[in-house]
Write a new protein. Structure first.
Length: 126
């Protein structure tokens, strides 16, 4: 049995614009991007969570200032901890660590303030 060969060129999708181009193409005729070395080494860039690390640092600072009012200090500390943990795999890892440390200290101070306030309220000393 003979194999049929056609003269039609084989097509593939351009990894940049998703238009159909010839398989042997070196440059995409639609977007003009080079396909030689980037096609084999093309990897989408990971999203950098540096904004979360900076926000964690800011919330850590606020939690150190807001610990005396537990209704504000607790949520600020918890959100700062969560954002710091998520921001650990960013380019601003040091800021995320600082945010985690400050949010942890703020959380401990908030819990201690709540416990002391509850004790004083229970014993009638408040």
């Amino acid at each position: 049995m003979t194999e049929f060969q056609t003269n039609e060129p084989r097509l593939k999708k351009c990894p940049f614009c998703a238009e159909m181009i010839q398989e042997a193409a070196i440059v995409c005729r639609h977007c003009g991007r080079s396909l030689t070395e980037t096609e084999t080494n093309y990897q989408p860039q990971k999203k950098d969570n540096y904004g979360l690390a900076i926000t964690s640092l800011a919330l850590g600072i606020f939690s150190l200032l807001a610990w005396f009012l537990p209704i504000c200090g607790f949520p600020i500390s918890v959100i700062g901890l969560i954002l710091g943990i998520i921001g650990m795999n960013s380019s601003k890892r040091g800021l995320a660590i600082a945010g985690i440390v400050m949010s942890s200290i703020g959380l401990l101070l908030t819990v201690a303030n709540s416990a002391i306030g509850a004790y004083l309220g229970y014993t009638g000393q408040l």
